[in-house]
Design a protein around this ligand. Structure first.
Ligand code: ADP
Ligand code: MG
Length: 316
């Protein structure tokens, strides 16, 4: 409805002209937009806060205050924001390549080099959040990981058909893969800080809040809550390598059980061709016990992550 319009003057953001809608969530609509003063393309996330409950409004305000402080190439930048009596407007760096999710669906699976190239960027962003900012993202998933530019495609061998839980439209479209040896694929960035939380005070190296009266499980929980992001990172890597997620069941109760027991496999034949190094890294990340689960630094230091891509992938 408001597409192809300048944002109204009362927002203070009238320099931005909304083009088309590029995404939406439960309470937000995201538009591609243009900064008419610089001709720079941006994304504008519009949140209708009249529909939000009080705690949801608080989480948007938290998202805004967190994003303002973040400064890392793997994290979507917030350029500006305004609040009116009805809406929040977040002006964001535009990631025009779309969601990692859509690329996985389109391509069925990523080569190991490409998966490493993508997950490394995400992991570096997560390392910055965990180690330098004391922030947990809490919503790492392929829909919230965005390519900054449209991946360049080239041909490769077809993928094996997906297991039966997948719909047939996706079968055997595996001859297109982004970027290997060609023009390169863009950068991958972490978006959507709506559920993020500061859990660790980097200056005191303690949990946020007064520790003196905090119960042990809270202190532990805050320490281990970073491991929630690590589990999600493992799920993303698994999915990129084979084209389907580690935990899947049509029945939500059965799916919950599988996750609760950390019940996943490297299904044959899809995983037969994938290296032991990748499987080892996933095993240490999709690990039931959060205390044994790899931290982001251990993830980045793993030999599979340390391998260099065979062909130059131009991320820079
Ligand atoms: P929600 O909190 O509603 O999930 P998100 O911030 O995840 O909102 O945005 C919803 C969708 O909009 C994303 O999944 C993505 O497809 C798109 N989107 C969000 N931010 C950007 C951006 N900076 N550039 C391009 N697309 C974006
Ligand atoms: Mg989202």
């Amino acid at each position: 409805r408001i597409a192809k319009q300048h944002l109204p003057a009362y927002t203070g953001l009238e320099r931005y002209q909304l083009l088309e809608k590029i995404g939406d969530g439960a309470f937000s609509v995201v538009y591609r937009a243009i900064d008419t003063e610089t001709n720079e393309k941006v994304a504008v996330k519009v949140v209708d806060h009249s529909k939000l409950k009080r705690d949801q409004k608080a989480s948007v305000l938290k998202e805004i205050s967190l994003m303002q402080k973040l400064n890392h190439p793997s994290i979507v930048r917030m350029l500006s924001y305004r609040e009116t009596s009805t809406h929040f407007f977040l002006v964001l760096e535009l990631c025009d390549g779309g969601e990692l999710f859509n690329q996985i669906v389109k391509l069925t699976y990523f080569s190991e080099d490409l998966a490493r190239h993508c997950i490394r960027q995400v992991a570096e962003g997560l390392r910055y959040l965990h180690e330098e900012c004391g922030i947990v993202h809490r919503d790492i998933k392929p829909e919230n990981l965005l390519f900054d530019s449209i991946p360049f495609m080239e041909r490769t061998s077809p993928a094996p058909p997906l297991p039966d839980f997948d719909d047939e439209s996706k079968l055997d479209e595996g001859e297109l893969v982004p970027g290997l040896g060609g023009g390169g694929i863009g950068k991958v960035k972490i978006a959507d800080f709506g559920l993020s939380k500061v859990v660790w005070d980097k200056t005191t190296m303690t949990p946020c809040g007064t520790v003196g009266y905090t119960a042990p499980e809270i202190v532990k929980d805050q320490r281990y809550s970073k491991s929630v992001d690590m589990f999600a990172l493992g799920c993303v890597l698994y999915t990129m390598l084979c084209g389907f997620p580690p935990f899947y069941d049509e029945d939500i109760a059965d799916l919950t059980q599988k996750v609760a027991k950390c019940q996943y496999e490297f299904l044959s034949p899809w995983w037969d061709v994938i290296s032991d190094g990748a499987k080892d890294l996933i095993s240490h990340t999709l690990c039931m016990n959060p205390r044994k689960r790899y931290t982001i630094q251990q993830f980045l230091d793993h030999p599979w992550m340390q391998q260099q891509e065979k062909k130059q992938l131009s991320s820079e």
